[in-house]
Design a protein around this ligand. Structure first.
Ligand code: HEM
Length: 433
């Protein structure tokens, strides 16, 4: 699990629909069938957030929306949901188009760029707009990017190694992890304090949280400062890295699939005439671009492994599970099941043409999970990734350096290329086929 987690996951369905694995001394059960996973996700009171991943994440994010238990979830979700409504997503998509085009203009023909770092910078800017209407200057954005990198790397090891002792040692890796965490919290605390001082009216998530800190008619229980910080760190961690990983994986896959890449370029030329920045209104005409994003999320889902814990004795796939049992589910495992997706390792955006997508078994495609703990940012993430991909495609073709293959993605708490060097090649319009 630790050394070659993806191969390990792929090997499990051969052993049954629910397979017992060991994480050190801890016994855990992996859901290996869409219906078993569905049962887990649709019964969040029995299969609550918990287990090694969420126990570790709680130390990091406190009890924010991602990590909170079922008993406080409804209140938190109602609080944050308005920040992700359609009108807001449309505005964030417009902003993504503008930011992505600005990014493209800094690249030069033949330049080697780290695509992952560039996508992290882009999604940091968009997410910071969602959270604090752009209070992150270049220096703070770099702090977020660097700290997130150290934190997500350290988190995965802490998830699969269920002892605390090694992480208390004063090793350089442990120190980097702790310092990165402290930097993130300090940055968020600084922004909250600044807002308290300047106090001007804003339309962002921090404003919603500060309002809730005073208590509302619907929910008189006020939020304290710590809860506000937890929510912001939660959303930074979930919003920035996942979408950046999706975009970096998409560029890596496209460079190896010229047909899909040509179709992407053709669509960008047709929709974004004059290479204007794409926005929300273009999404309806960026069908192939969206299918590329969807297929990327299938082949390389940034959220690839999650844990739950049973709150009472229950039965799953014929197995009796006592209270406190760790159950895992993995979008990666489900997305690579040949029973759901023929030739599952092949990258084929056309799988998501409406007539074909209808044939995908229910619960087999879960990049954003399902049930009441489904990703609150799913619409935003899809809009952001589609618009960013189209904006880059209008200007550049990104290709792998000759004789250099990107390293296979190393799973951390998210899955995707942790660093991806590619070369910028200026685009010429693709003739109509
Ligand atoms: C491609 C990008 C993204 C992917 C693949 C993704 C995936 C997921 C998944 C699989 C879950 C469920 C975790 C579980 O079952 O334990 C989740 C939850 C969540 N995601 Fe995302 N996410 C993405 C982008 C975002 C963005 C942009 C935001 C916000 C800015 C966000 C915020 C959240 C939150 C707050 C939750 C917890 C929801 C709840 O429990 O009610 N995500 N995400």
């Amino acid at each position: 699990m630790f050394r070659r987690p993806l191969d390990f996951l792929n090997s499990l369905p051969a052993h049954g629909d629910l397979v017992e694995i060991r994480l050190g001394p801890v016994r855990a059960w992996m859901a290996c069938h869409p219906q078993v996973t569905h049962q887990v996700l649709m019964d969040p009171h029995t299969f609550d957030k918990g287990g090694p991943l969420y126990d570790r994440l709680r130390a990091l994010m406190g009890d924010g929306l991602v990590t909170c238990r079922q008993d406080t979830h409804r209140r938190q979700r109602r609080l944050l949901q308005p920040a992700f409504r359609a009108a807001r997503v449309a505005e964030y998509a417009r902003l993504t188009g503008v930011e992505a085009r600005a990014l493209c203009r800094t690249w030069r023909p033949g330049q080697r760029i780290d695509v992952t770092a560039a996508m992290m910078a882009l999604t940091t800017r968009v997410t910071s707009q969602v959270l604090f209407s752009g209070s992150l200057d270049a220096e703070r954005s770099a702090t977020v990017r660097d700290s997130l990198e150290a934190v997500v790397r350290g988190l995965f090891v802490r998830t699969v190694v269920p002892f605390d002792a090694p992480f208390r040692l004063p090793t350089p890796a442990n120190r980097r992890y702790r310092e990165a965490l402290a930097r993130l919290h300090a940055l968020v605390a600084g922004i909250v304090a600044e807002r308290g001082r300047d106090g001007g009216p804003r339309d962002d998530l921090l404003a919603t949280l500060l309002q809730a800190a005073d208590g509302t008619d619907d929910d008189p229980a006020p939020l304290d400062e710590r809860e506000i910080q937890d929510q912001l760190v939660t959303l930074l961690l979930t919003g920035v890295e996942t979408t950046a990983m999706c975009l970096a994986s998409a560029f890596a896959l496209l460079a190896d699939h010229p047909e899909a890449e040509r179709a992407l370029h053709r669509e960008a030329d047709a929709v974004l005439t004059g290479r204007r920045a794409p926005g929300h209104a273009d999404l309806a005409r960026l069908g192939h671009t969206r299918r590329v994003v969807t297929e990327t999320l299938r082949v390389s889902p940034p959220g690839w492994l999650f844990t739950r814990v049973t709150t009472r004795e229950t039965e799953l796939a014929g197995q009796r599970l006592p209270r406190g049992t760790t159950v895992l589910y993995s979008p990666y495992l489900l997305h690579h099941d040949p029973a759901s997706f023929p030739d599952p390792h092949a990258f084929r955006p056309e799988r998501w043409l409406p007539e074909r997508a209808a044939g995908v078994p229910g619960g087999a495609m879960l990049p954003f999970s399902a049930g009441n703990r489904k990703c609150v940012g799913d619409t935003l993430a899809m809009a952001e990734a589609t618009v960013a991909l189209a904006a880059v495609a209008a200007h550049w073709r990104l290709r792998h350096p000759p004789h250099r293959r990107p390293a296979p993605p190393r799973p951390a708490v998210t899955l995707g290329p942790r660093s991806l060097e590619m070369i910028c090649e200026p685009r010429r319009p693709v003739p109509e086929s």
